[in-house]
Design a protein. Structure first.
Length: 246
């Protein structure tokens, strides 16, 4: 039995990593996926993945474009806000550009998408919003993740607020809080380190299970939260961390 049959699912950051794994998995579960990203080539390569995936080049930082996207596509059943970025460094290293760009992509873009798409969900009688947070957030800290942790804490705050305000309208809102996930952007961060092999080992061993998560494993949690299987789950920050926070 397909777990997302006939559901229209918008996924941001869908060209790469976790968002891409979610687009592929949701399509396998018979969703009608709208895969959103700024990376046109990455989106194009999704065509080969099969299933019903429509791709839209959209910069989620552009509020007018997000509003136009909501009007053009009509109501969705699921919004997975997955696009995000990692800035490194402590508070002393954090430039104003790092701070603002982290807030813009990790927080303000979720505000734009949620504000644009919730009215359609209300009109439809419900929906599920899944926001990408992190264990580095209000849950805990990691070295040199000042702006990142602050913005992911805000994601959990937004998630709980939306869950509280729209539970009566049938709209659920939950956050996913992974530890390290082996995605292209994670590899890119590791590759520029002094000793990439040692860094890969370190990132892997931070999880008591001894490895990073695979994007497909995070996509499974997104699928659960998107589907009706999680009908009683809202306002939750779901940790998926290989025992890191145990
Ligand atoms: N990889 C990890 O270890 C990890 C851990 C915890 C949380 N996360 C979170 O998961 C999410 C996905 O991470 P990932 O590692 O898969 O990243 P990724 O870099 O592989 O994918 C992010 C995607 O977002 C897209 N994007 C960036 N700016 C955009 C914009 N303005 N408009 C539309 N799309 C845009 C990129 O083009 C890219 O395709 C992020 O929010 C990240 O913070 C990742």
């Amino acid at each position: 039995m397909a777990r997302l049959a006939r559901k229209i699912c918008a996924i941001t950051g869908a060209a790469s990593g976790i968002g891409r794994a979610a687009a592929v998995l949701f399509a396998k579960e018979r969703a009608r996926v709208i895969a959103v990203d700024v990376d046109a080539a990455g989106l194009e390569s999704l065509d080969a993945e099969g299933g019903e995936i429509a791709t839209r080049r959209l910069d989620v930082l552009d509020r007018d474009a997000v509003q136009a996207f909501a009007q053009q596509n009509g109501p969705v059943d699921v919004l997975f806000n997955c696009a995000g970025k990692v800035s490194t460094g402590s508070v002393l290293d954090c430039s104003l550009d790092d701070w603002r760009s982290s807030l813009d992509l990790n927080v303000t873009a979720i505000f734009y998408l949620t504000q644009a798409l919730v009215p359609g969900m209300v009109a439809k009688g419900g929906g599920s919003i899944v926001n990408m947070a992190s264990v580095i957030s209000s849950l805990g800290a990691a070295p040199d993740r000042f702006a990142y942790g602050a913005t992911k804490a805000a994601v959990i705050g937004m998630t709980k607020s939306v869950a509280r305000d729209f539970a009566g309208e049938g709209i659920r809102c939950n956050a996913i809080c992974p530890s390290a996930v082996d995605t292209p952007s994670m590899r890119a961060r590791i590759d520029v380190m002094e000793d990439p092999e040692a860094a890969y080992e370190l990132f892997s061993k931070r999880q008591p299970v001894g490895r990073m998560a695979r994007p497909e494993e995070i996509a499974e949690m997104a699928l659960y939260l998107a589907s009706d299987a999680s009908a009683f789950v809202t306002g939750s920050a779901m940790v998926i961390d290989g025992g890191t926070w145990a």
